[in-house]
Write a protein that binds this ligand. Structure first.
Ligand SMILES: [Fe+2]
Ligand SMILES: [Fe+2]
Length: 335
């Protein structure tokens, strides 16, 4: 079990039922079947001429529907990289843009915010966009031969507002709907999760320095009778540290599920780090683990081998519903 216990005196509110749809991910596979846990866009759906096949790209985007006392809140979390799959896949999946109540951006990296302008245009009205203010600092990668161009130059407050955002810039945890919280800044509390900088820099007040990625946030959902569901889209604080932080800020001790990019797919990531991460997930008794996006094949394989009952492969178009009485609250079937 997790060694971290909740610090918050009053646990966060709950939602009764949560549905997560993957609008964008790095992978698509039309041969994958539905499982008791995951509903997928399989071969039948791919061949339906009126719908078309979902697309994949390097990036991630989730659509969440959280039901509480008969009311549904719909949240778009990140928007992929190019703006092409998010729009295409929403059409393929029958997503109604009018239903989106709020948007959250996890951080200022283009594989997460790149599609935001296309999404805001599709929403077509002013909508709250929750983001950490540090996401807007110019950031780049310093290589021995040169400094690469700012890779978040497309993300500015002015452009977002012009596109329809009602900006909510926040550094602290924020409960944005009943049972749904943005994490705020996440301390890296697990030693081996401190990331090698790899030349990442941000420019603040005229100084070029190591990028602390303090803008990075996750979504924490407390599902009644189930526990926490954490969406950790790019893993910049380490997935275990993010889970421990979720427990700390929510006041809830049970971690049911984690979905997202665990940032373990990069060159130079050791097998030992991957194995230690999986051991930490087992130690925290996570019932449903979906390594996506930047998790990498080795991590997917390690979770599948060592946590076969928990492993879920979430590709573009996949959908999971989590509720106390839905039959999927505790995953009993692989994939
Ligand atoms: Fe990132
Ligand atoms: Fe990413």
């Amino acid at each position: 079990m997790a060694t971290v216990t909740a610090k918050t005196a009053t646990p966060m509110q709950v939602c009764d039922r949560l549905t997560i749809t993957v609008l964008v991910d790095n992978y698509i596979d039309m041969l994958m079947q539905n499982s008791p846990t995951v509903k997928r866009q399989g071969m039948l759906e791919h061949f339906l001429p009126r719908r078309g096949t979902p697309l994949a790209e390097n990036g991630i985007s989730f659509l969440l529907k959280a039901e509480t006392a008969g009311r549904t809140t719909t949240i778009l979390f990140d928007a992929g990289m190019s703006g092409i799959p998010i729009i295409h896949n929403a059409r393929v999946l029958g997503i109604d843009w009018d239903e989106i109540d709020q948007v959250v951006l996890s951080h200022g990296h283009p594989d997460h915010f790149g599609g935001i302008y296309a999404a805001l245009e599709a929403i077509g009205r002013r909508v709250p966009v929750v983001v950490h203010p540090s996401a807007f600092y110019p950031r780049s990668i310093r290589r021995p031969e040169a400094m690469l161009q700012y890779f978040n130059r497309g993300l500015t407050q002015a452009k977002l507002v012009e596109a329809g955002a009602a900006l909510v810039e926040v550094c602290e945890p924020l409960e944005i709907a009943p049972g749904i919280m943005t994490s705020g800044e996440i301390p890296i509390s697990v030693d081996f999760e401190h990331e090698v900088p790899a030349g990442r820099v941000s420019i603040r007040d005229g100084h070029v320095d190591h990028d602390p990625l303090d803008d990075y946030l996750t979504l924490v959902i407390n599902v009644a009778g189930v526990g926490l569901v954490v969406l950790d889209p790019c893993g910049h604080s380490g997935v275990l540290s993010s889970l421990d932080h979720a427990v700390s800020v929510s006041g809830v001790d049970t971690i049911h599920a984690v979905f997202g990019g665990f940032h373990l797919g990069h060159a130079g990531i050791t097998q030992q780090k991957i194995d230690s991460t999986v051991a930490g997930l087992i130690d925290r008794d996570v019932q449903l683990v979906a390594p996506m996006h930047c998790s990498g094949f080795r991590t997917q394989r390690a979770v599948a081998e060592r946590m076969p009952e928990a492993f879920a492969l979430m590709t573009a178009g996949a959908e999971v519903t989590i509720a106390a009485n839905s039959g999927v609250s505790s995953s009993s079937s692989p994939n």
